[in-house]
Design a protein around this ligand. Structure first.
Ligand code: BMP
Length: 449
């Protein structure tokens, strides 16, 4: 018992569990966040942990060990070294070329493979992983998990006939941290109250655009335009010449809420272009949205925003900025509306649950931020803008990942979708814009009921 407590206290010092308010991938608000990856920074702790995990199962029937990427990879590797049972490596995604295998290593059909996972919550992703491993011909009977968040995961797997062995439950962890004064009574109560509630997703009910609690004038304007045009479409005009940009803006302007730009890709950027864009935007009733993704300290961002070639402050309605430099860095954009990038659409982005939670907290504290870019439901006082939308494609060769309009409006409760190549690369960009407008608005209306 003492050894387990010692292990946990040392692991706690490494930062494996944090307390506060965190929005998980599922959209659930959690008062704690667990991340076991720092354990790999202490070889001694990793070794202790791995031996403890090995003791949970009958090793005699095991022929292979496989860690669920990424947090469990170092654990599985150490378990393999300590036990002599060979390791196989599971990919997070198919590499799309070569052997296209999901598992790497030497193995053959029918071998029994122990799966190693860091944390189990609902068990959904573990079921998917087991599926992938079994598809490669291996047999999974047992899983070892370091921490059970006690949100139904174990039952889900046991119902499917798997033996799940866990080292700690979250309640045990809380009790030990309280016993050793790492948590006070108030914190314990908050966490225990959360844990005693039935596992539930946040309210899946969408707030209609007209009832959104958005205060920023640019946000309100966006909503008004959307309702006037029955459009929740932001077109991303990632074209590289003024002529293409002007033609696109003229052609599709009356179907969109905003035209998103990357001004620094326009080879012949000029003030004539800006003047013309402003005129078209006024006539066709859309906003100019510069996707500059500022990511510096406030002072530098202010210079980048107000000075230089582009002088965005003089002509754009809204800009994107990363919250990476903290809340004060947003103070320099007023009265332009700020869209905080809290989660990115591309494969392997660093914007994990922990980052998203912290980024959302920063976005909510800033009066200049009225919207965020993300791939999940966000609090109602922020508008949700979702890129990575395409009707025909699943992704590109450079990491972009696409969803359909239906998925983002029904699952993420997105307010506005951002479409780039689906429009400007289409044979007929005007017809494509109309198609996206109709599909987007229908998906939004369907998600109201
Ligand atoms: P496309 O639909 O062609 O993949 O373009 C998406 C647009 O949205 C690009 O301009 C890209 O810079 C932007 N974007 C994105 O794709 N993912 C993000 O997470 C954030 C973005 O701003």
């Amino acid at each position: 018992m003492q050894a387990r407590e010692d292990f946990l206290l040392k692991a706690y010092e490494l930062g494996i569990i944090k307390f506060g308010s965190f929005t998980l991938k599922s959209g659930i608000e959690s008062p704690f966040y667990v991340d076991l990856r720092p354990l790999a920074s202490s070889p001694q702790l990793l070794k202790t942990l791995s031996n403890n995990l090995l003791q949970l199962v009958d090793n005699s029937k095991l022929e292979l060990i496989c860690g669920v990427p990424y947090a469990a990879l170092p654990m599985a590797t150490t378990m393999s070294l300590e036990s002599g049972i060979p390791l196989i490596i599971k990919r997070k995604e198919n590499k799309g070329y070569g052997t296209k295998r999901m598992l790497e290593g030497v193995f053959h059909d029918g071998q029994n493979c122990l799966l190693v996972e860091d944390v189990i919550t609902s068990g959904k992703s573990l079921v998917e992983t087991i599926d992938e491993v079994e598809k490669e011909g291996l047999v999974v009977t047992d899983l070892v998990v370091v921490l059970d968040r006690e949100q139904g995961g174990i039952q889900r797997l046991e119902e499917k006939g798997y033996n799940v062995h866990t080292l700690f439950t979250i309640n045990e962890v809380i009790d030990i941290l309280f016993k050793y004064k790492r948590l006070d009574e108030g914190e314990v109560k908050k966490i225990k109250d959360f844990l005693s509630m039935p596992p539930q997703a946040p309210s899946r009910k969408r707030t209609p655009l007209q009832d959104k609690e958005v205060q920023h004038p640019v946000g309100k304007n966006m909503i008004d335009i959307a309702l006037r045009k029955k459009s929740n479409l932001i077109a991303s005009a990632d074209v590289v010449s003024s002529l293409e940009l002007i033609n696109l803006a003229k052609g599709i302007g009356d179907k969109i809420v905003a035209l998103k730009l990357h001004s620094d890709i326009i080879t012949d950027f000029s003030w004539d272009l800006v003047t013309e864009l402003r005129t078209i935007a006024r006539e066709k009733d859309f906003l100019l949205f510069e996707d500059r993704k500022f990511a510096d300290i406030g002072n530098t961002q202010e210079l980048q925003f107000k000075q230089g070639v582009y002088r965005f402050a003089d002509w754009v309605d809204m800009v994107t900025a990363h919250p990476i430099a903290g809340e004060k860095s947003f103070d320099v954009f007023e009265p332009t509306g700020v869209v905080a990038i809290v989660e990115m659409s591309s494969a392997g982005a660093l914007t994990d649950d922990y980052y998203v939670s912290k980024a959302l907290n920063i976005a909510q504290k800033s009066a200049d931020v009225f919207a965020v870019v993300a791939q999940r439901q966000v609090p109602d006082d922020l508008l949700l803008l979702t890129p990575g939308v395409n009707i025909d494609k699943k992704g590109d060769s450079k990491g972009q990942q696409y969803n359909t309009p239906k998925k983002v409006f029904s699952e993420y409760l997105t307010d506005f979708m951002i479409v780039g190549r689906g429009i400007y690369k289409a044979n007929d960009p005007v017809a494509a814009t109309e198609e996206y407008r109709q599909q987007g608005w229908k998906a939004y209306e369907d998600s109201l009921s």
